[in-house]
Write a protein that binds this ligand. Sequence first.
Ligand code: SF4
Length: 431
Amino acid sequence: MRPSPTPPLPADLASARPAVWEFAGLLLTYWCNARCAFCYVYSGPERGGQMRVQDALRLWGSLDRLAARHGKQMRIHLSGGEPFGDWPRLLSLVRAARETGLSPVEKIETNAYWATGDGIVRSRLEQLDALGMQMLVVSSDVYHQEFVPLERVRRCVEIARQVLGPARVRVRWWDFFRHATQTGGQADPTLPRETCRTDSGRRRRAYAAALRRHRDRLTGRAADELAELLPRHPAPYFRGRNCIREILYSRHVHIDPYGNVFPGVCNGIILGRALEQAPEQLWQRLADGWCAHPVVAAVVSGGSFELMQQATAFGYQELSGGYASKCHLCHHVRQFLHGRGIWPELVGPAECYAGAGHAGPAPGGPRSAQPAPLVPEPGPACPTPGPENTARCGAPADNQDSSSRTRSSSRLVARMPSGSLKRGPSYSMPT
Ligand code: SF4
């Protein structure tokens, strides 16, 4: 699967306004029973962070008002880590949100580890249904099934379909789940679940098979553990792959237990601190001056390659083995910035980066070992034809003549505050 074409940057980039946030995920905790290789952050049993119910309600209310002020309806989902890890807290949050008239919970995401018996599943789902939860999303893939018996996932899905109706139960990924349940517990054609923890070769092949089917964003632990299975490219390959769609045009944010607000798919880039400044104000501040946020300005104007170029001023060294995607490059650069304490209020928290107890990359250090990728390079693909997209087949759409974009990017970076290339945030945070 090739990445979708990079959107052109507007001629007057600095005046671009972010989309209004309409989808918000409250990451209630970084704790998880599992430690999946494909985690966008670094959740695990040793991780903590619990969003307090009163904080969640405050954020929820502010997000509702932000959307309503722009004529929209906010859609809140609850995730983690594993939100069912503290069931009383989850239930009291959903109940309190209902009682205070907040928008209904659009969905709750879980890996179903807690589905140890029919009674507990039915009881919990009936309570959530009565409180207005609209959808349950259950994770099922080769990564989760290393930690969660498939039987629990099957029980959760079957009972959820009875309680909520099939249309309100989603399995991610359904093709994996169906195959695994139909083949008597084989989590993957190449990987009996019983051996996945002990046979690293088979595990790598199973991961590669999963990546072939569902190529997804390589950030957090996924960047560190899975990128080597994919074909990699030198950093300049990603030049010009701006992230305006993922940052400014995205209507989706996540807020972690500490109040850090992340763009929808870019956990670890802090847009603001929502426990100190309400999401309504944070969005407005971003709308009024996103150029002053050095990380946002870099990735919006020039993608992770631009961010890397800025990080080289601090000593970042390009990986000799290359990068599997622009997000892999982005994560690796941010891992370096985080490790060096650069822009700590904009790049964090620790739970989004390799740290104590995690085998992450040495910040900035080139890797010498280059295991062969197990996932073949996708074949040539043409981006959607259009006046803004004249790329040749088989080459990154945004690596073509990008002179106008480069000029926009240069102008933008030139307008960035001079402090943006110094250690410490130039995007002031409330204290
Ligand atoms: S490169 Fe970075 S900023 Fe851009 S979409 Fe990926 S994680 Fe987000």
